[in-house]
Design a protein around this ligand. Structure first.
Ligand code: SAM
Length: 262
């Protein structure tokens, strides 16, 4: 399908893939964009991208991009795996200078099984969800393997996990965003440099918005910054063998008072 759009438009298949990712990610965000200025700027961005194609035949290109998004959806229905990242690597679109060699799916799955075990259940019981982060996410293979593992264990990946993903490359952020969004996972995917913490943009998946994860995460961050005081213990452990000093005994006797009811 990439090849067909590329042939018809005279564009390179790499550029078609990049544009598909951008248009796909914007289209997923639009129904949850309530700020009219942001909405309009995203629309304008899509129109600008589509103008490059096929003498301005935006409808045909939009239809092809829609079908490609449909293919990604069906692939993820078939198997929860990093379909876009695999496509990116197979087509040799990776940028060697940025170390864009993605982890093979089987290794990501093993890592997920080794990392997500007993402790996860206690956190979910206490807080309702766990958070998972990949600060150099690529196509999102480690994150997708983690949610696949949670799904296998019977957890609800629409509510019981919250993902933070980031990559310096907008294409990678878009691949991760599209796949996590289609899988129904609450996630925020940032494009930015994790080493300098410069964030260029952030995209929130529909499940993030639908289940109010901004509020939930604000509350969690506040609790981390100001931990709740430890409850005062009902009993204090004392050294039973230690003999009270004379001052302590005197203090006890002088402080004994008649209670009002007895
Ligand atoms: C080796 S790939 C790993 C991707 C993914 N975590 C995986 O396991 O397949 C490294 C990723 O880091 C990204 N990257 C490189 N430098 C970065 C930086 N300073 N901040 C954020 N991402 C970066 C690259 O774009 C690339 O996608």
């Amino acid at each position: 399908m990439l090849g067909t759009v590329a042939c018809k438009s005279g564009c390179d298949s790499y550029d078609v893939f990049v544009d598909f990712l951008e248009v796909g990610a914007l289209a997923i965000q639009q129904p949850f964009t309530f700020n009219s200025e942001v909405f309009a700027s995203r629309e304008a961005e899509v129109v600008k991208i589509l103008k490059k194609y096929h003498d301005g035949d935006a409808t045909a290109t939009m239809k092809a991009f829609g079908q490609m998004l449909g293919c990604v959806t069906m692939a993820l229905e078939e198997r929860v795996a990093d379909f876009l990242g695999q496509t990116y690597m197979m087509a040799e679109f990776g940028n060697n200078d940025r170390g864009q060699f993605f982890t093979p799916d089987c290794i990501a799955q093993t890592m997920a099984k080794m990392t997500l075990h007993d402790g996860m259940d206690a956190i979910i019981k206490d807080r309702g969800y766990i958070t998972i982060s990949d600060p150099a996410c690529g196509g999102g293979v480690t994150l997708i393997a983690s949610v696949a593992h949670m799904k296998e264990l019977g957890y609800n990946i629409n509510k019981q996990v919250c993902i933070y993903a980031q990559d310096i490359d907008g294409k990678c952020a878009n691949m991760t965003f599209i796949q996590l969004a289609l899988l129904g996972v609450p996630a925020v995917v940032a494009t930015g440099n994790t080493l300098t913490m410069e964030i260029r943009r952030q995209a929130f998946t529909p499940m993030w918005s639908m289940y109010g994860f901004s509020t939930k995460e604000d509350r969690r961050m506040r609790e981390v910054a100001e931990p709740k005081p430890e409850p005062t213990p009902a009993f204090t452990v004392v050294d039973c063998d230690a003999r009270p000093t004379e001052e302590v005994i005197k203090e006890c006797y002088t402080s004994i008072q008649q209670l009002e009811l007895f």
